[in-house]
Every structure is written in structure tokens, then in C-alpha cells.
Design a protein around this ligand. Structure first.
Ligand code: AHR
Length: 501
């Protein structure tokens, strides 16, 4: 099978906002307790943060981390997580039916985020709380000093303001499962009034309004329009959430369908962009609303196990999906789809980061292990920088249960002018055939090949609990000044990096 791409420097989709490679830590399951925070663990530092986890997160080079939820957010009191730890209350977490000790809160998160070189994407509770508490949280975090709340932050150890720029106005407020779920009209009004108050405290904030928590929700579409209608002038981004599952192990055609689910992600993004722009036109506005895809991943492996978990534990094993090789292929494709939409998707968060539907897993009594999905995410987050170029690829296609014309070759190229580097990500979705990949570099001149790797050769149901998965050299690359070729193995994720003159 043959596939090709043309790489043209003048055909730029957009500069890449590195926040596209964000992730998410929710106070849920073992994400925080025995995940990033475990005083007494052999690798814990003086703050109780696991340094083995910090090192793994740094490998992923995640620039932004959403916190503290998620569904947890919608019944959370941020004040419970500040001040002396021995005076913090233990609470019922109604979202996940866990015990929340509040030993980890705002200051701990800010300190930890700093250690992994990430900025926060903070969220305010609009489920059970509202305008006052949100504005007070902004004051506590961002006001320099001289007020009760800013001085309280200083008393609690943070002399300088946290200067948090990006804020989510609630979480999944359209979802019937959410504590304090709202109709579109109710949410739109509350979000707008909250945004106004938060911006009065700090007018440099960037605000994200909740879009639909899934394209499958019956309110999808009406929700976006109603929310934007009211909030347009006071928000900068609209959020999207999407998780994918593999639902029929007995159906031999399911894998082809699963690997095509990035087409669904693309359609979701394009649909929401259209809605943002329709509201823009109706309002005759010059402002463009961009997208924050602040939850995305594969999530289904743990569904059954989670129904057996005893409630009201601290740090229970919840949402601990063990990802297999086919999940890594889909995650690679989803990342390339986000890149191809980088003109409008400026923030995205892989949900989540540690232990909970996560690329990084911990053993309470042991070390850290990397899931299959760790590898494509790490490569794109580290090397998908600069600008993303228009996809001129050509490939044979196939049809599946849900999708038509899925290209076997999925590829995207980024160009980093600063380092004169072209990075090509490419996936072969064919289950049995090699793909002869032809790359035409037109107006670029290749100096040399920097690196070529493949993630391939595993059974689709293999996972990485035993640590056997690794990126391997892709040894089939040849090149001349303006041209390269490579053979991509069946079911493979590949990355080729070229230094150009
Ligand atoms: O990421 C897990 C959960 O998925 C989040 O808490 C919620 O926002 C979404 O439904």
C-alpha cells in the first residue's frame, strides 16, 4: 500500500499553542493521594510530592494542568484546602463518593505545578456555589496584598500572587450526573455574571465557558448557542469534552472502527467552531471565541470495576484504565487531529495525568509505570512545536461501522523555525499491510535526518504493565535534498524528524 504527503512551508494552519498538550489532575481516585502526593513514600520530597511522578510528568513536558476537577469541582469548597493541614476538614466528595481529607489543596497544587514546569488551568465551582466564591478565589490567588483574602494567602505561605491566568467557569454543567447541573439558560446567566465579577478582580484573566460534555448529550448545539449568546463578551474559550470506548470485542470489524474515531473528534471540533462563528456573525462581533478541549482520552476499561469500589475511601482505585496498544494508536490519531485544528483549538487537556485514565501509573508501595498512551503523547508534546502545516496527504481509505473514508495513513507535520526542524507524525492504520510513505518536501531542503522512531509490533490488546513497550528506531527512512521515503509497519505510530536548511 502507498501513501504520500507534500510538505510546503507556505501552507501553515497555525502557530501551535503549546497549551494544546495540557493535562488534568482531579481530586479523584489516586490522582492526588498516592499519585502525585504521598508523604512517606520513598521517593517523596519534603513537600510529600512523589519525585518519581514528577520526573515522569516532566518527560511528558505538559505545559498546563487543569485542576481541581472535573465532577469533583461542582461540590468543592476551595477554602477547605488552605491553611494549616491539621485544621482542614475531612469532607464527603459527593461526585465520586470518596472521602476528601483536604491534605492537598490550592497551595500544594501550585507548588507541585511549579515543580513540573506547568501553569494551572484553575476552575471555579458553579454547581453548588457561585459568583461570590469564584470572585473571592480570584482575589485570594491573584490580588497582590492588603485585603483580607490576599493577606490570608500571604499568611498561608505565598507572598507573591499566584497570577493564575486561565480559569474554567464550572465543569460539565450540562451533564445530568453533575452535582448542581443546570439548564443552558441557567448556566449561561450564572457563568456570565461570575465572569463579570472575576474580571472585576483581575481583568487579565482568560475565561473558559462550559460547552457540551459530550456531542451525544441531547442539548448539544442548543447549549453552545445559548451559552455563547449570553457570555460572548466576557469569555475567551468554549470547552469540549470527549472520551472514546471500544465496545465490542467479539466483532472483528471493531478495531477498524475504533481507529477511525479521530474523525468523530474532527467533526465535533468543526461543529463547535461553526457554532462559535455563527454567534459571532449574529452579534456582528469582531471577537473570535476559540476552543479549549479540556477533557479528551480513551475511557472505558475501568467502567465495570468502578461499580465494585466501596464508597467513602481516601484515594480509592477509580477510573484506573489499563491502556493497550490500540488505545495508543487512537491517542496518536487524536493528537494529530487536535494539531490539524490548531487554528481554533488553543488549549487541550489529556484527561487525566496520573492514575485516573492516565498515561502515568503509580504503585502505592512501589514505583511508576508508563502506559502505552504515554509514548505518542510524549513525542507530540515534545516535538510538535512551531507551526502546524496543511495536510496534503494522500492515502487509500476504508469504511467502518460509523465512519466513511478513513485514511489508512494519518499524518501531520510541524515546522519549528527556531530550530529548523520538521517533525512528521504518521500512523499506518492498516492491520496487515506495510505502507510505503513518500514525503515530498518541495521548498524545504533536508540537511539530515535527526531521528526516526516507531511504536509498533505489539498485539493490539497488549498493555505495558510489565514495561515491555518502547519506541524503537525506524530504520527504513531514506532521503535526498527534497524527498524522503519510509516504510511504515502495519498498525504503527511513527515520528520522523529532519533538520532543514
Ligand atoms: O475525567 C473524568 C471525569 O469525566 C471528569 O470528572 C468529568 O468532568 C468527566 O465526566
Amino acid at each position: 500500500m502507498k501513501g504520500s504527503t507534500q510538505i510546503k512551508p507556505q501552507d501553515v494552519i497555525a502557530p501551535i499553542d503549546r497549551r494544546l498538550y495540557g493535562s488534568f489532575i482531579e481530586q479523584l481516585g489516586r490522582a492526588v493521594y498516592t499519585g502525585i502526593y504521598q508523604p512517606g513514600h520513598p521517593s517523596a520530597d519534603a513537600d510529600g510530592f512523589r519525585t518519581d511522578v514528577i520526573n515522569a510528568v516532566k518527560e511528558l513536558n505538559v505545559p498546563l494542568i487543569r485542576y481541581p476537577g472535573g465532577n469533583f469541582l461542582s461540590q468543592y469548597k476551595w477554602e477547605d484546602g488552605i491553611g494549616p493541614k491539621d485544621q482542614r476538614p475531612v469532607r464527603l466528595d459527593l461526585a465520586w463518593r470518596e472521602l476528601e481529607t483536604n491534605q492537598f489543596g490550592l497551595h500544594e497544587f501550585m507548588k507541585w505545578a511549579d515543580k513540573v514546569n506547568a501553569v494551572p488551568n484553575m476552575a471555579v465551582n458553579l454547581g453548588t456555589r457561585g459568583i461570590q466564591e469564584a470572585a473571592e478565589l480570584v482575589e485570594y490567588c491573584n490580588f497582590p496584598k492588603g485585603t483580607y483574602l490576599s493577606d490570608l494567602r500571604r499568611q498561608n505561605g505565598a507572598a507573591d500572587p499566584f497570577a493564575i491566568k486561565t480559569w474554567c467557569l464550572g465543569n460539565e454543567m450540562d451533564g445530568p450526573w453533575e452535582i448542581g447541573a443546570k439548564t443552558a439558560r441557567e448556566y449561561a446567566h450564572l457563568a456570565n455574571e461570575t465572569a463579570k465579577a472575576m474580571l472585576r478582580v483581575d481583568d487579565s484573566l482568560e475565561l473558559v465557558a462550559c460547552g457540551s460534555s459530550s456531542m451525544d448529550n441531547p442539548t448539544f448545539g442548543d447549549w453552545e448557542e445559548t451559552v455563547l449568546d449570553e457570555c460572548y463578551d466576557n469569555v475567551d474559550y468554549l470547552s469540549l469534552h470527549r472520551y472514546y470506548g471500544y465496545y465490542n470485542d467479539d466483532d472483528p470489524t471493531e478495531l477498524d472502527n475504533f481507529l477511525g474515531k479521530n474523525l468523530d473528534l474532527d467533526a465535533f471540533i468543526k461543529g463547535v467552531v461553526a457554532m462559535c462563528d455563527a454567534v459571532k456573525a449574529r452579534k456582528r462581533s469582531t471577537k473570535t471565541i476559540n476552543l479549549s478541549f479540556d477533557e479528551w482520552n480513551v475511557w472505558y476499561h475501568s467502567n465495570d470495576a468502578d461499580t465494585q469500589v466501596t464508597p467513602w475511601q481516601v484515594g480509592p482505585h477509580l477510573l484506573e484504565d489499563v491502556y493497550n496498544f490500540e488505545d495508543a494508536l487512537l491517542v496518536g490519531s487524536l493528537l494529530m487531529t487536535l494539531l490539524r485544528n490548531a487554528d481554533r483549538v488553543k488549549i487541550a487537556c489529556l484527561a487525566q495525568l496520573v492514575n485516573v485514565i492516565a498515561p502515568i501509573m503509580t504503585d502505592n508501595d512501589g514505583g511508576v509505570w508508563k502506559q502505552s498512551i504515554f509514548y505518542p503523547f510524549m513525542q507530540v508534546a515534545n516535538h510538535g512545536v512551531g507551526t502546524v502545516l496543511v495536510d496534503h496527504s494522500q492515502s487509500p481509505t476504508y469504511n467502518s461501522r460509523e465512519f466513511k473514508d478513513i485514511p489508512y495513513l494519518d499524518t501531520v507535520t510541524t515546522y519549528d523555525e527556531a530550530s529548523h526542524t520538521l517533525t512528521v507524525f504518521a500512523e499506518n492504520k492498516h492491520q496487515t499491510d506495510d505502507l510505503d510513505f513518500d514525503l515530498d518536501f518541495t521548498d524545504f531542503t533536508i540537511d539530515h535526518l535527526l531521528e526516526a522512531t516507531q511504536f509498533a509490533g505489539y498485539g493490539v490488546k497488549d498493555d505495558n504493565r510489565d514495561g515491555h513497550m518502547a519506541l524503537r528506531p525506524l530504520e527504513t527512512v531514506t532521503h535526498t535534498d527534497h524527498h524522503a521515503t519510509a516504510t511504515l509497519a502495519p498498525l504503527s505510530w511513527n515520528m520522523l524528524r529532519f533538520a532543514v536548511k
